[in-house]
Design a protein around this ligand. Structure first.
Ligand code: COA
Length: 329
């Protein structure tokens, strides 16, 4: 038995934050952002809108396009670094919002690699035979943890998310293989220093702006290119394929230059690589499922063709996943 994707969906908040808007807030320019990252705009939530709102919207779209009722859903896994609350999980809130009364679920945190980790987990649960389907979502409200006084980070990130419905199949398409990695020694290069049990929120942590994302951009850049290309090449070789066998490569959308360098190292041509970072920036766990949904809606993948995913994020975490595209409901 395999696990296959049978529906895809995304949610992008309406509100746009363009490079020109950012020029008015921090010392940056549209030219710098475009040339160093490839980003022209990103979307951010309205005041009061949270990660579970985005996820519930995505889950409802998945139900609609698959024709499933909320009661038929077995599992909900949400990859996010920006849950509505520490307690309770975003998955629990979404379960309630969509009326999936027979589902259990949880949140999974692996920063920008979160969606691939969640998809792997969901797929293996389904292959156990105990569950028929799962909703797997990657979504982040990065604007809730970004310092709009820090030009090193605020130009890169945006809000948004996407998701897939996965189900059992006896056909030979689906999630074929994955290589997943964690190297916690990289934790200091990309983190939110306060707000957890190490440094609980206090007047001092707020004054020191420790509740925002800190990153050492140059180090993260190098690791992202090297680690994503390593695991992508490894999974291609392990499955006795060549880069030409890959119909579509969806890398995590962190920086156009990271995407280009990774694709080059893997011997992939530009027309094999899906890119939408210009429109949304880095939506953390959201980038890959958003791209999967867009590629699906653009009919870029036919049944039987190979999709390769690769992600890198805080932790450090990274991984690749090989999928033989199946039939949508
Ligand atoms: N606007 C204008 N200038 C900026 C700027 C901005 N938004 N951000 C940085 N600069 C300046 C720096 O201060 C520096 O100036 P200096 O030379 O006078 O010191 C100069 O631009 C170059 O900075 P540098 O940090 O070398 O830029 P970079 O080319 O490495 O780009 C990032 C910075 C953050 C875009 C890039 O390192 C990156 O994308 N890193 C990976 C981030 C990432 O992927 N994070 C998520 C991981 S999943």
């Amino acid at each position: 038995m395999n696990t296959t994707i049978t529906a895809t969906a995304k949610y992008i908040p309406e509100k746009i934050l363009s490079n020109f808007d950012l020029e008015k807030i921090v010392d940056t320019t549209d030219d710098w952002i475009k040339s160093r990252t490839g980003i022209t705009k990103r979307h951010i939530v309205q005041e009061g809108e949270a990660t579970s709102d985005m996820c519930a919207n995505i889950a409802k779209k998945l139900l609609k396009s698959s024709g499933k009722t909320p009661e038929e859903i077995d599992i909900i896994i949400i990859a996010t670094s920006t849950p509505d609350h520490f307690v309770v999980s975003t998955a629990a809130i979404v379960q309630d919002k969509i009326g999936a009364i027979n589902a259990w679920g949880y949140d999974l945190t692996a920063a920008c690699t979160g969606f691939i980790f969640a998809l792997e987990t969901g797929a293996r649960l389904i292959e156990s035979g105990k569950y028929k389907n799962a909703i797997i979502i990657g979504a982040d409200t990065m604007s809730s943890i970004i310092d709009y006084k820090d030009r090193n980070t605020c130009v890169i990130f945006g809000d948004g998310g996407g998701g897939v419905l996965i189900e059992q199949t006896d056909d030979d398409y689906g999630i074929i293989d994955s290589i997943l990695k964690t190297d916690g020694s990289g934790n200091q290069f990309l983190t939110v220093p306060a707000g957890g049990s190490r440094k609980p929120a206090s007047e001092t942590t707020v004054k020191q702006r420790l509740h925002y994302v800190y990153q050492d951009g140059k180090t993260v850049f190098k690791y992202a290119v090297n680690r994503m290309s390593e695991v992508s090449k490894e999974i291609i070789e392990k499955n006795k394929l060549s880069s030409h066998d890959i119909k579509l490569f969806i890398p995590h959308q962190a920086n156009q230059r990271i995407i280009d360098a990774t694709a080059r190292k893997c011997g992939l041509d530009l027309d094999q690589v899906f890119v939408n970072i210009d429109k949304y920036g880095n939506t953390t766990a959201g980038t890959i499922p958003i791209a999967i949904d867009e590629a699906n809606k653009m009919n870029l993948l036919e049944s039987g063709e190979l999709l390769l995913l690769a992600a890198f994020g805080g932790g450090f975490t990274w991984g690749s996943m090989l999928i033989r595209w199946g039939k949508m409901l």
